[in-house]
Ligand binder design. Structure first.
Ligand SMILES: CC(C)(COP(=O)(O)OP(=O)(O)OC[C@H]1O[C@@H](n2cnc3c(N)ncnc32)[C@H](O)[C@@H]1OP(=O)(O)O)[C@@H](O)C(=O)NCCC(=O)NCCS
Length: 154
């Protein structure tokens, strides 16, 4: 099914913060936030370059993406948190969402190529497989408490 981004509003907020990953995935997030969507909403309020979006397959909310533009280098973007709810994983939504993000970032960069960075835990083999297969290359740096940083030109 085709995915789309939708804003988080007063109508879907409760559903948004109730999205959950699997028990063994709870430490996968940036700085190991255990309430990733609440944290991302709070950070969107604080950091003006940041955007939080809900992912929908038809009318079903299936996940979230939280990304930000870098203040110092505006053609650099970071995917800070990304999740597909445990009920909807393994259906291709994660890959589709990443491709949608590439288009979005490019368009927010006025159509010019942008650099998209992200990070993942060394034990997050599903995330690593997804990101590497999409062309993300580890930079050798770590961030967010030891997570592997990888980047890609989009
Ligand atoms: C990472 C995540 C977003 C991927 O979402 P998803 O919708 O399950 O991913 P997809 O269905 O598009 O699958 C992507 C790839 O991972 C593989 N994959 C998905 N779940 C898998 C599993 N449990 N075991 C092994 N491989 C798996 C798929 O086979 C696919 O590979 P392929 O396209 O080469 O066949 C999701 O697993 C998630 O939310 N994880 C918890 C939070 C997290 O780790 N976020 C990223 C932090 S950096």
């Amino acid at each position: 099914m085709t995915l789309e981004f939708r804003e988080v509003t007063e109508d879907n907020f409760d559903e948004f913060i109730a999205l959950e990953v699997k028990l063994d995935q709870k430490d996968n997030f940036f700085f190991r936030s255990t309430k990733p969507n609440i944290m991302s909403l709070a950070q969107t309020y604080i950091f003006k370059g940041a955007r939080i979006l809900a992912l929908y397959a038809g009318d079903t909310m299936v996940g979230s993406m939280f990304y930000s533009r870098e203040d110092a280098v505006p053609s650099n973007f970071w995917l800070i948190r990304f999740m597909i709810d445990q009920r909807y994983q393994g259906k291709g939504y994660g890959r589709q969402a990443m491709l949608m993000l590439f288009d979005r970032v490019k368009s927010e960069n006025g159509g010019a190529p942008a650099i998209l960075g992200l990070c993942y835990e060394h034990y997050n083999k599903v995330g690593e497989h997804l990101y590497r297969s999409l062309g993300f290359e580890p930079t050798g740096e770590t961030m967010g408490g030891g997570q592997i940083v990888a980047r890609k030109r989009v």
